[in-house]
Design a protein around this ligand. Structure first.
Ligand SMILES: *Cc1c(COP(=O)(O)O)cnc(C)c1O
Length: 366
Protein backbone atom coordinates (compact mmCIF):
# COMPACT_ATOMS: atom_id res chain seq x y z
CA UNK A 1 0.00 0.00 0.00
CA UNK A 2 1.40 3.43 -0.86
CA UNK A 3 2.11 5.74 2.08
CA UNK A 4 -0.47 8.37 2.84
CA UNK A 5 0.49 11.87 1.70
CA UNK A 6 1.87 14.30 2.57
CA UNK A 7 5.38 13.02 3.20
CA UNK A 8 8.97 13.95 2.49
CA UNK A 9 10.63 11.13 0.57
CA UNK A 10 14.41 10.92 0.88
CA UNK A 11 16.12 8.82 -1.78
CA UNK A 12 19.18 6.91 -0.53
CA UNK A 13 20.54 6.40 -4.04
CA UNK A 14 20.43 10.12 -4.82
CA UNK A 15 22.01 10.90 -1.47
CA UNK A 16 24.78 8.37 -2.18
CA UNK A 17 25.52 10.17 -5.46
CA UNK A 18 26.05 13.48 -3.61
CA UNK A 19 28.08 11.81 -0.87
CA UNK A 20 30.47 10.33 -3.46
CA UNK A 21 31.17 13.91 -4.53
CA UNK A 22 31.77 15.01 -0.94
CA UNK A 23 34.22 12.13 -0.61
CA UNK A 24 35.99 13.09 -3.85
CA UNK A 25 36.37 16.68 -2.70
CA UNK A 26 37.74 15.65 0.70
CA UNK A 27 40.24 13.26 -0.84
CA UNK A 28 41.44 15.71 -3.50
CA UNK A 29 41.59 18.83 -1.30
CA UNK A 30 42.47 17.61 2.19
CA UNK A 31 39.61 19.75 3.49
CA UNK A 32 37.36 18.35 6.20
CA UNK A 33 33.62 18.54 5.59
CA UNK A 34 31.13 19.08 8.39
CA UNK A 35 27.40 18.81 7.77
CA UNK A 36 25.62 22.09 8.61
CA UNK A 37 22.64 20.89 10.64
CA UNK A 38 20.73 24.12 10.23
CA UNK A 39 20.07 23.05 6.63
CA UNK A 40 19.30 19.40 7.18
CA UNK A 41 18.99 17.57 10.48
CA UNK A 42 16.91 14.53 9.57
CA UNK A 43 18.93 12.22 11.76
CA UNK A 44 17.61 8.92 10.47
CA UNK A 45 19.84 9.56 7.42
CA UNK A 46 22.98 10.17 9.51
CA UNK A 47 24.13 6.53 9.42
CA UNK A 48 24.36 6.89 5.64
CA UNK A 49 25.95 10.38 5.67
CA UNK A 50 28.41 10.15 8.55
CA UNK A 51 30.95 7.80 6.89
CA UNK A 52 31.39 10.38 4.11
CA UNK A 53 31.85 13.42 6.30
CA UNK A 54 34.05 14.52 9.20
CA UNK A 55 31.32 15.62 11.60
CA UNK A 56 28.76 18.36 12.08
CA UNK A 57 28.55 22.06 12.69
CA UNK A 58 25.77 23.86 14.44
CA UNK A 59 24.04 27.17 14.89
CA UNK A 60 22.57 26.45 18.32
CA UNK A 61 22.89 24.28 21.40
CA UNK A 62 20.21 21.88 20.19
CA UNK A 63 21.84 21.30 16.81
CA UNK A 64 25.14 20.86 18.60
CA UNK A 65 23.68 18.19 20.90
CA UNK A 66 21.98 16.43 18.00
CA UNK A 67 25.26 16.29 16.07
CA UNK A 68 27.07 14.92 19.10
CA UNK A 69 24.39 12.35 19.83
CA UNK A 70 23.51 11.09 16.34
CA UNK A 71 26.51 11.75 14.08
CA UNK A 72 30.04 10.47 14.49
CA UNK A 73 33.11 12.66 14.17
CA UNK A 74 33.99 16.22 15.10
CA UNK A 75 31.34 18.46 16.57
CA UNK A 76 31.79 22.19 16.03
CA UNK A 77 29.84 24.57 18.23
CA UNK A 78 28.86 27.86 16.71
CA UNK A 79 26.09 30.24 17.59
CA UNK A 80 25.44 33.85 16.65
CA UNK A 81 25.26 34.45 20.40
CA UNK A 82 25.60 32.01 23.29
CA UNK A 83 23.59 32.72 26.42
CA UNK A 84 24.93 32.37 29.96
CA UNK A 85 22.46 29.52 30.47
CA UNK A 86 23.68 27.38 27.57
CA UNK A 87 27.40 28.00 27.22
CA UNK A 88 28.53 25.35 29.74
CA UNK A 89 26.48 22.64 28.06
CA UNK A 90 27.66 23.80 24.63
CA UNK A 91 31.30 23.53 25.65
CA UNK A 92 30.70 20.13 27.25
CA UNK A 93 29.36 18.70 23.96
CA UNK A 94 31.82 20.22 21.48
CA UNK A 95 35.25 19.59 20.00
CA UNK A 96 35.71 23.22 18.93
CA UNK A 97 33.91 26.37 19.98
CA UNK A 98 33.53 29.24 17.53
CA UNK A 99 32.47 32.63 18.83
CA UNK A 100 30.70 35.15 16.66
CA UNK A 101 32.24 38.26 18.21
CA UNK A 102 35.26 39.24 20.26
CA UNK A 103 32.88 40.28 23.04
CA UNK A 104 31.48 36.70 23.23
CA UNK A 105 35.01 35.33 23.04
CA UNK A 106 36.10 37.48 25.97
CA UNK A 107 33.01 36.57 27.94
CA UNK A 108 33.22 32.79 27.52
CA UNK A 109 36.58 31.62 26.11
CA UNK A 110 37.96 31.08 29.61
CA UNK A 111 35.52 28.21 30.03
CA UNK A 112 36.76 26.59 26.82
CA UNK A 113 40.49 26.75 27.57
CA UNK A 114 40.82 22.97 27.01
CA UNK A 115 39.37 23.22 23.47
CA UNK A 116 40.45 24.81 20.21
CA UNK A 117 38.67 28.16 20.09
CA UNK A 118 37.72 29.98 16.93
CA UNK A 119 36.32 33.34 15.95
CA UNK A 120 33.90 34.05 13.14
CA UNK A 121 35.44 36.86 11.13
CA UNK A 122 33.49 38.87 8.59
CA UNK A 123 35.85 39.90 5.80
CA UNK A 124 33.17 42.13 4.27
CA UNK A 125 32.81 40.19 1.01
CA UNK A 126 30.31 37.59 -0.05
CA UNK A 127 28.66 35.69 -2.86
CA UNK A 128 24.91 35.73 -2.32
CA UNK A 129 21.91 36.34 -4.56
CA UNK A 130 19.73 37.47 -1.66
CA UNK A 131 20.20 40.38 0.70
CA UNK A 132 18.34 38.34 3.32
CA UNK A 133 21.07 35.69 3.27
CA UNK A 134 24.06 37.95 2.63
CA UNK A 135 26.50 37.83 5.57
CA UNK A 136 28.25 40.93 4.19
CA UNK A 137 25.10 43.07 4.04
CA UNK A 138 25.39 46.50 5.67
CA UNK A 139 25.47 46.42 9.48
CA UNK A 140 25.90 42.63 9.46
CA UNK A 141 26.18 41.02 12.87
CA UNK A 142 27.57 37.79 11.41
CA UNK A 143 31.19 37.67 12.47
CA UNK A 144 33.66 40.21 13.79
CA UNK A 145 34.33 42.86 11.15
CA UNK A 146 36.57 45.19 13.11
CA UNK A 147 40.14 44.36 12.19
CA UNK A 148 41.59 46.02 15.26
CA UNK A 149 39.44 43.90 17.56
CA UNK A 150 40.32 40.72 15.65
CA UNK A 151 44.03 41.48 15.85
CA UNK A 152 43.80 42.04 19.58
CA UNK A 153 42.20 38.60 20.00
CA UNK A 154 44.66 36.64 17.84
CA UNK A 155 46.54 35.06 20.71
CA UNK A 156 43.32 33.56 22.06
CA UNK A 157 42.16 31.74 18.93
CA UNK A 158 43.56 28.93 16.79
CA UNK A 159 41.14 29.32 13.89
CA UNK A 160 38.65 31.47 12.00
CA UNK A 161 35.28 30.68 10.53
CA UNK A 162 34.56 32.65 7.35
CA UNK A 163 31.10 31.94 5.95
CA UNK A 164 30.68 34.17 2.91
CA UNK A 165 28.95 32.02 0.28
CA UNK A 166 25.33 31.23 -0.48
CA UNK A 167 24.41 29.00 -3.43
CA UNK A 168 27.74 29.64 -5.14
CA UNK A 169 28.02 27.18 -8.05
CA UNK A 170 31.07 28.77 -9.70
CA UNK A 171 34.65 27.78 -8.84
CA UNK A 172 35.97 30.99 -10.35
CA UNK A 173 33.59 33.15 -8.29
CA UNK A 174 34.60 31.25 -5.17
CA UNK A 175 38.27 31.55 -6.03
CA UNK A 176 37.99 35.29 -6.64
CA UNK A 177 36.26 35.72 -3.30
CA UNK A 178 39.05 33.80 -1.61
CA UNK A 179 41.62 36.03 -3.36
CA UNK A 180 39.98 39.08 -1.79
CA UNK A 181 39.93 37.42 1.62
CA UNK A 182 43.60 36.52 1.29
CA UNK A 183 44.44 40.13 0.42
CA UNK A 184 42.45 41.52 3.33
CA UNK A 185 43.36 39.17 6.15
CA UNK A 186 46.11 36.89 4.82
CA UNK A 187 48.56 38.11 7.47
CA UNK A 188 46.12 36.95 10.18
CA UNK A 189 45.40 33.62 8.46
CA UNK A 190 49.16 32.92 8.61
CA UNK A 191 48.91 32.79 12.40
CA UNK A 192 46.15 30.13 12.53
CA UNK A 193 45.99 26.32 12.69
CA UNK A 194 42.63 25.94 10.97
CA UNK A 195 40.18 27.93 8.87
CA UNK A 196 36.58 27.02 8.16
CA UNK A 197 35.37 28.44 4.88
CA UNK A 198 31.73 27.83 5.80
CA UNK A 199 28.97 26.51 3.57
CA UNK A 200 27.20 27.70 0.46
CA UNK A 201 29.49 26.12 -2.14
CA UNK A 202 27.29 24.06 -4.48
CA UNK A 203 29.90 21.54 -5.49
CA UNK A 204 27.55 18.57 -5.99
CA UNK A 205 25.79 20.34 -8.82
CA UNK A 206 26.06 18.54 -12.18
CA UNK A 207 29.12 19.71 -14.07
CA UNK A 208 30.72 21.46 -11.09
CA UNK A 209 34.52 21.41 -11.33
CA UNK A 210 35.27 19.54 -8.10
CA UNK A 211 38.94 19.14 -8.95
CA UNK A 212 39.24 22.89 -9.57
CA UNK A 213 37.71 23.62 -6.17
CA UNK A 214 39.94 21.02 -4.53
CA UNK A 215 43.07 22.58 -6.06
CA UNK A 216 42.05 26.05 -4.85
CA UNK A 217 41.36 24.78 -1.33
CA UNK A 218 44.65 22.91 -1.27
CA UNK A 219 46.65 25.95 -2.35
CA UNK A 220 44.91 28.01 0.35
CA UNK A 221 45.71 25.37 2.99
CA UNK A 222 49.36 25.17 1.90
CA UNK A 223 49.87 28.92 1.65
CA UNK A 224 48.63 29.58 5.18
CA UNK A 225 49.58 26.29 6.79
CA UNK A 226 46.05 25.59 7.96
CA UNK A 227 43.60 22.69 8.07
CA UNK A 228 40.66 23.78 5.93
CA UNK A 229 37.11 22.93 6.91
CA UNK A 230 33.97 23.30 4.82
CA UNK A 231 30.47 23.35 6.29
CA UNK A 232 28.22 22.20 3.44
CA UNK A 233 24.50 21.97 4.03
CA UNK A 234 22.35 22.31 0.97
CA UNK A 235 24.82 20.82 -1.48
CA UNK A 236 24.93 17.54 0.49
CA UNK A 237 21.20 16.95 0.13
CA UNK A 238 20.27 18.81 -3.02
CA UNK A 239 18.00 16.81 -5.38
CA UNK A 240 17.71 13.89 -2.98
CA UNK A 241 14.20 14.44 -1.64
CA UNK A 242 10.67 15.13 -2.79
CA UNK A 243 7.58 16.34 -1.00
CA UNK A 244 4.85 13.89 -1.96
CA UNK A 245 1.38 15.42 -2.06
CA UNK A 246 -2.09 14.54 -3.38
CA UNK A 247 -4.62 16.66 -5.25
CA UNK A 248 -7.67 17.40 -3.07
CA UNK A 249 -9.62 19.79 -5.26
CA UNK A 250 -9.39 21.62 -8.57
CA UNK A 251 -10.64 25.17 -8.89
CA UNK A 252 -11.16 26.88 -12.26
CA UNK A 253 -10.79 30.61 -11.92
CA UNK A 254 -9.07 31.94 -15.01
CA UNK A 255 -6.42 29.33 -14.32
CA UNK A 256 -6.73 25.71 -13.31
CA UNK A 257 -5.68 25.58 -9.67
CA UNK A 258 -4.99 22.20 -8.07
CA UNK A 259 -5.16 22.32 -4.27
CA UNK A 260 -2.91 19.75 -2.58
CA UNK A 261 -2.68 18.36 0.97
CA UNK A 262 0.28 20.52 1.97
CA UNK A 263 1.10 24.19 2.48
CA UNK A 264 4.08 26.18 1.25
CA UNK A 265 4.49 28.20 4.42
CA UNK A 266 4.33 25.10 6.60
CA UNK A 267 6.30 22.58 4.52
CA UNK A 268 8.51 24.41 1.99
CA UNK A 269 8.84 27.78 3.65
CA UNK A 270 11.87 28.99 1.71
CA UNK A 271 9.83 29.23 -1.49
CA UNK A 272 7.97 32.08 0.18
CA UNK A 273 10.96 33.58 1.95
CA UNK A 274 13.00 33.77 -1.26
CA UNK A 275 10.01 34.22 -3.59
CA UNK A 276 10.93 31.20 -5.66
CA UNK A 277 8.89 28.55 -7.44
CA UNK A 278 8.90 24.90 -6.53
CA UNK A 279 9.67 22.33 -9.21
CA UNK A 280 8.21 19.16 -10.66
CA UNK A 281 9.53 16.80 -13.32
CA UNK A 282 9.23 16.53 -16.25
CA UNK A 283 7.14 19.73 -16.16
CA UNK A 284 6.01 19.16 -19.75
CA UNK A 285 2.71 18.58 -21.49
CA UNK A 286 -0.39 20.47 -22.61
CA UNK A 287 -2.12 20.75 -19.21
CA UNK A 288 -1.02 23.65 -17.06
CA UNK A 289 -1.98 23.94 -13.40
CA UNK A 290 -1.15 26.21 -10.56
CA UNK A 291 -0.30 23.89 -7.66
CA UNK A 292 -1.47 25.48 -4.44
CA UNK A 293 -1.56 24.55 -0.78
CA UNK A 294 -4.54 24.05 1.51
CA UNK A 295 -3.75 26.80 4.02
CA UNK A 296 -5.81 29.98 4.02
CA UNK A 297 -2.85 32.09 2.93
CA UNK A 298 -3.82 33.59 -0.44
CA UNK A 299 -0.29 33.22 -1.79
CA UNK A 300 0.09 29.57 -0.76
CA UNK A 301 1.33 28.54 -4.22
CA UNK A 302 4.05 25.98 -4.99
CA UNK A 303 4.25 27.03 -8.63
CA UNK A 304 2.72 26.62 -12.07
CA UNK A 305 3.59 23.47 -13.91
CA UNK A 306 2.74 21.57 -17.09
CA UNK A 307 1.41 18.02 -16.94
CA UNK A 308 0.99 15.39 -19.67
CA UNK A 309 -2.56 14.49 -18.53
CA UNK A 310 -5.31 16.48 -16.88
CA UNK A 311 -5.04 16.23 -13.09
CA UNK A 312 -7.75 14.41 -11.15
CA UNK A 313 -8.67 14.33 -7.49
CA UNK A 314 -6.34 11.89 -5.72
CA UNK A 315 -3.48 12.26 -8.19
CA UNK A 316 -0.07 12.38 -6.59
CA UNK A 317 2.50 15.07 -7.29
CA UNK A 318 6.19 15.03 -6.33
CA UNK A 319 7.58 18.45 -5.52
CA UNK A 320 11.32 18.34 -6.13
CA UNK A 321 14.30 19.41 -4.07
CA UNK A 322 12.58 19.18 -0.72
CA UNK A 323 15.51 18.31 1.57
CA UNK A 324 17.48 21.45 2.45
CA UNK A 325 15.82 24.08 4.63
CA UNK A 326 12.45 22.30 4.55
CA UNK A 327 12.18 19.69 7.30
CA UNK A 328 14.20 21.92 9.67
CA UNK A 329 11.64 24.70 9.12
CA UNK A 330 8.35 22.82 9.00
CA UNK A 331 5.68 24.15 11.30
CA UNK A 332 2.04 23.76 12.31
CA UNK A 333 0.64 26.84 10.55
CA UNK A 334 -3.08 26.39 9.87
CA UNK A 335 -2.90 23.07 11.71
CA UNK A 336 -2.14 21.43 8.38
CA UNK A 337 -1.12 17.80 8.86
CA UNK A 338 2.65 17.68 9.03
CA UNK A 339 4.33 15.57 6.33
CA UNK A 340 5.72 12.26 7.47
CA UNK A 341 9.33 11.40 6.65
CA UNK A 342 10.14 8.34 4.55
CA UNK A 343 13.31 6.92 3.06
CA UNK A 344 13.49 5.05 -0.24
CA UNK A 345 16.21 2.48 0.36
CA UNK A 346 18.77 1.47 -2.25
CA UNK A 347 16.90 -1.80 -2.76
CA UNK A 348 13.73 0.09 -3.74
CA UNK A 349 11.70 -0.42 -0.57
CA UNK A 350 10.34 2.65 1.18
CA UNK A 351 10.43 2.93 4.97
CA UNK A 352 8.30 5.36 6.90
CA UNK A 353 10.71 6.67 9.54
CA UNK A 354 8.55 9.29 11.26
CA UNK A 355 4.95 10.39 11.19
CA UNK A 356 3.21 13.18 13.06
CA UNK A 357 -0.35 13.35 14.31
CA UNK A 358 -2.80 15.50 16.21
CA UNK A 359 -1.02 14.76 19.50
CA UNK A 360 2.18 16.32 18.11
CA UNK A 361 0.23 19.41 17.11
CA UNK A 362 -1.26 19.70 20.58
CA UNK A 363 2.14 19.11 22.18
CA UNK A 364 3.64 21.96 20.17
CA UNK A 365 1.42 24.44 22.00
CA UNK A 366 -0.08 24.84 25.40
C1 LIG B 1 24.04 28.36 6.59
C2 LIG B 1 25.42 28.05 6.99
C3 LIG B 1 26.07 26.92 6.46
C4 LIG B 1 25.44 26.00 5.44
O1 LIG B 1 25.16 26.68 4.27
P1 LIG B 1 24.61 25.93 2.96
O2 LIG B 1 24.27 27.04 2.04
O3 LIG B 1 23.42 25.13 3.36
O4 LIG B 1 25.72 25.08 2.45
C5 LIG B 1 27.35 26.65 6.90
N1 LIG B 1 27.97 27.45 7.82
C6 LIG B 1 27.37 28.53 8.34
C7 LIG B 1 28.09 29.37 9.32
C8 LIG B 1 26.09 28.88 7.94
O5 LIG B 1 25.50 29.98 8.45
Amino acid sequence: MPLATPYYLIDETALARNLEKVERLRAASGAKCLLALKCFATWSTFPQIAPYMDGTTSSSLYELKLGREKFAGETHAYSVAWSDGEIDEAIAHSDKVIFNSVAQLERFAGKAAHLPVGLRVNPGVSHSHFDLADPARPFSRLGESDRGRVEAAMDRVSGFMLHCNCENDSVSAFSALLDTIEERIGDLLMRLDWVSLGGGIHFTKNGYDIDGLAARLKSFATKFGVQVYLEPGDTVVTDTTTLEVSVLDIVENGKSVAIVDSAVEAHMLDLLVYRESGAVAPNAGPHRYQIAGKSCLAGDVFGEFDFPQPLAIGDRISLLNAAGYTMVKKNWFNGVAMPAIAIRRKNGTTDLVRSFDYADYVASLS
